[in-house]
Design a protein around this ligand. Structure first.
Ligand SMILES: [Fe+2]
Length: 103
């Protein structure tokens, strides 16, 4: 199983963590919820040789949704859910630096 990278100290991101750890936010939207995921705190590069391939969101360990991306995408994804996740987890995969999660 590939390694899942995460911030050593989520309050103080350093080096590669700054551009890879997904930043997720939930907001009420109509009769549901909008989840916005940015990769990362400093936007990741989106170039043909180095880009974010996808973003996935989970409620704890339950898969909710996935957005595939290309080098033409911005390093962010927006999801529209019926229910607010109890424990939102986001994962993002960089084609060069592997899979990253928060928290
Ligand atoms: Fe990367």
């Amino acid at each position: 199983m590939p390694k899942l990278n995460r911030a050593k100290d989520p309050e103080n991101l350093v080096d590669r963590e700054l551009t890879h750890v997904p930043q997720a936010a939930v907001a009420a939207e109509g009769d549901g919820y909008k989840v916005t995921v940015s990769v990362g705190k400093n936007p990741h590069a989106m170039e043909i040789v180095h880009f974010i391939e996808y973003v996935e969101i989970f409620d704890d360990e339950t898969f909710l949704a996935r957005q595939d991306m290309t080098a033409d995408s911005r390093p962010m994804a927006v999801f529209h859910l019926k229910q607010r996740p109890e424990r939102l987890v986001a994962k993002a995969r960089c084609n060069t630096h592997g899979e990253w999660t928060n928290p």
